[in-house]
Structure formats: structure tokens, C-alpha cells
Ligand binder design. Structure first.
Ligand SMILES: Nc1ncnc2c1ncn2[C@@H]1O[C@H](COP(=O)(O)OP(=O)(O)OP(=O)(O)O)[C@@H](O)[C@H]1O
Ligand SMILES: [Mg+2]
Length: 251
């Protein structure tokens, strides 16, 4: 189980998260929506313990472990993976090299190269990603959509228990969106992993069915609902949804 309790955090001396709470039970899919600059990516980076963000209060707990006490590589070892909004390129290390090393570190077992290569090639086929990327430096020379697929290649090999998808849908064309969603749905059905999706577009919710949708505003979740909430946001905007939730509180 993944739990964020009373998280308050600052960046660049500005309060971004203010008493933020969220619980994701095993196997659940949650969505967070909210306007630009509200703190969605910040939340993901704090979960991964990015030291640019200052946590003033609260806890991030995964299966009983307080993540804030761990370095990022240890958080990844616990089974949490962030697919960031803008995956960076890393020169000098190929996808195959980094994945083989990471897998060996995680499992403490010798990797069967034949099985490993076959699995990477199968994932590339599923994602309709050129197999050339397997032996290229991470994200170097890759388009925006290809970068997202390369990150999912990493996901398929490293098999996280909690997947954080920060605007996975940005940069994906309609066909790529469907291929990527099929890949994630299949992985979710197989592993019963938990997923946190951050998005601006209800479209991804048509492909990957969430249990809950949350609206983030003023540092915390101001409204939670089912898939219909995405439609409400589409029709009324965040301002409208915010006003409706304030009316509800007044009653
Ligand atoms: N490393 C940083 N240094 C300074 N300010 C930052 C940093 N990271 C984020 N911020 C600021 O914190 C606020 C929240 O940023 P964040 O990236 O979390 O927004 P977001 O909700 O993900 O927005 P978007 O929908 O545009 O991706 C913004 O005002 C941003 O400028
Ligand atoms: Mg963001």
C-alpha cells in the first residue's frame, strides 16, 4: 500500500504542497488532474526524493517504509518507477546496458542474455518501437513519443509495483496512445501493480480505467470522484469544479 500523509513541501521558497494526503491500495489506479503549475510533477519528484524539493512536514510510505529516508536509487529498488513528463537523454550508456545492470542489482541473479534480449525485443514489438533503440544511448536522438515508449521498455523489464506516469499522454499520437495503453493495461492485469496517472486529458482515462480521479488545487486534493469527474472538468474547467466543491463544503 502507498500512502502520503499530511505532506507539506516547498520549492524555491514557495509552498507547493500543503497538507497533501493520498492513499493508493495495491492494484488501484488513481488519476491526478490540476492546472499548470499546481504541483503535480513536484509531487512525483518528492515521491522519488528529489533533493531540490524541501519537505517541511509529512510522510510518504510504501509498504510500511518511509521513502523520505531513502535515496532515489533505493526507492526505485523498492519497486517505484517514475516516467517523467520530459524524459531526459543520457549519453554514454545504452538502454540494454543500464537495464541489464539494474536488473542484476535488483534480483541479485545472473541475467540470461538470450532471455533478456528476447524480452526487450518482444516489448519493442508490443510498443511498436524500433528495436534499434535497445542498443542506443538512453533517449538520445529519440522523438518525444519514442522517449515515452523507451521509458515503458524500462518499465517492462524492471517491473515496478507502483508506476507514476507524469503526462505519459503528452507527445503520443492517437495510435501510439492506444499501443501504450494496451501495454500498460496488460502489465496491470498481469502484475496487479498500482498506478498514479497525471494528465490534463480525459482521453487517457478512456483507455486506462481508473478507480479514482482527484483534483489537486492549493496544495492538496480538493475533490475526488470516478471517471465522470474528468468529464465535469472537461465541461466546466478546474475553476468550475473548484467552485462546486466549495459550494458542497458550505452546505
Ligand atoms: N526545481 C524547481 N525550481 C523552482 N521552481 C520549481 C521547480 N520545480 C517546480 N517549480 C515550480 O513549482 C510549481 C509547480 O510545478 P510543477 O512542475 O509541479 O507543476 P505541474 O502541476 O506539474 O504543471 P504542468 O501541468 O504544467 O506540468 C511551478 O510554479 C513551478 O514553476
Ligand atoms: Mg508537470
Amino acid at each position: 500500500m502507498f500512502k502520503i500523509v499530511n505532506l507539506t513541501a516547498k520549492v524555491d521558497n514557495r509552498l507547493i504542497l500543503d497538507n497533501f494526503n493520498l492513499q493508493i491500495n495495491d492494484g488501484e489506479i488513481h488519476v491526478i488532474m490540476g492546472h499548470n503549475g499546481v504541483g503535480k510533477s513536484t509531487l512525483c519528484k518528492i515521491i522519488m526524493n528529489d533533493r531540490n524539493y524541501e519537505v517541511l512536514n509529512g510522510q510518504v510510505i510504501f509498504n510500511g517504509v518511509n521513502l523520505h529516508e531513502l535515496p532515489t536509487y533505493e526507492i526505485a529498488r523498492q519497486g517505484i518507477m517514475l516516467i517523467s513528463q520530459n524524459p531526459i537523454s543520457i549519453e554514454g550508456v545504452t538502454n540494454a546496458e543500464v537495464l541489464r545492470t539494474a536488473l542484476r542489482e535488483m534480483t541479485n541473479e545472473k541475467i540470461n542474455i538470450f532471455d533478456f534480449n528476447k524480452k526487450m525485443e518482444d516489448i519493442c514489438d508490443q510498443l511498436k518501437l524500433s528495436k534499434d533503440f535497445i542498443h542506443k544511448d538512453i533517449n538520445v536522438g529519440a522523438s518525444g513519443g519514442e522517449r515515452k515508449k523507451i521509458e515503458l521498455l524500462h518499465m517492462g523489464i524492471l517491473e515496478p509495483k507502483l508506476l507514476l506516469l507524469d503526462e505519459l499522454d503528452s507527445g503520443l499520437d492517437v495510435d501510439a496512445m492506444r499501443d501504450v495503453a494496451n501495454f500498460i493495461n496488460e502489465y496491470h492485469n498481469k502484475t496487479k501493480c498500482s498506478i498514479l496517472i497525471i494528465t490534463h486529458h480525459p482521453n487517457i482515462i478512456n483507455y486506462i480505467k481508473p478507480n479514482f480521479i482527484h483534483v489537486l488545487d492549493q496544495g492538496h486534493i480538493i475533490k475526488t470522484g470516478d471517471a465522470h469527474l474528468a468529464e465535469e472538468i472537461e465541461n466546466h474547467g478546474f475553476f468550475g469544479v473548484n467552485a462546486m466543491s466549495e459550494e458542497g463544503q458550505d452546505e
